[in-house]
Design a protein. Structure first.
Length: 96
């Protein structure tokens, strides 16, 4: 069985440096690219808009009281009501 080729330490270090530089260059190129277009806002039903406004009021009240932990909100309030799950995610997605 033939012996594997031995590579010097300098060759290994040079290979790692080339790979790292290529990775950094690729990352910089991807970050310099144009930002994707923002998603258009979906229309929100009046019931969901009212629910979101109520949650915003609760958040503001909690912040004034010094309790900045947040508010627990459910996306479905009662049977037959609009499911506001998507509207809540779209509205509060920046808070994560």
């Amino acid at each position: 069985m033939p012996k594997p080729l031995r590579m010097s330490r300098r060759t290994w270090v040079a290979a790692w440096v080339v790979l790292c530089v290529a990775g950094i260059a690729a990352t910089a190129a991807l970050n310099a690219g144009p930002a994707p277009d923002p998603r258009p806002e979906k229309p929100v039903s009046a019931e969901c808009a009212e629910y979101i406004a109520d949650i915003e009021a609760q958040l503001a009240k909690a912040k004034v009281e010094g309790n900045d932990d947040g508010v627990l909100a459910f996306s479905r309030t009662r049977v037959g009501a609009d499911d506001c799950h998507d509207a809540l995610l779209d509205h509060f997605s920046g808070d994560r």
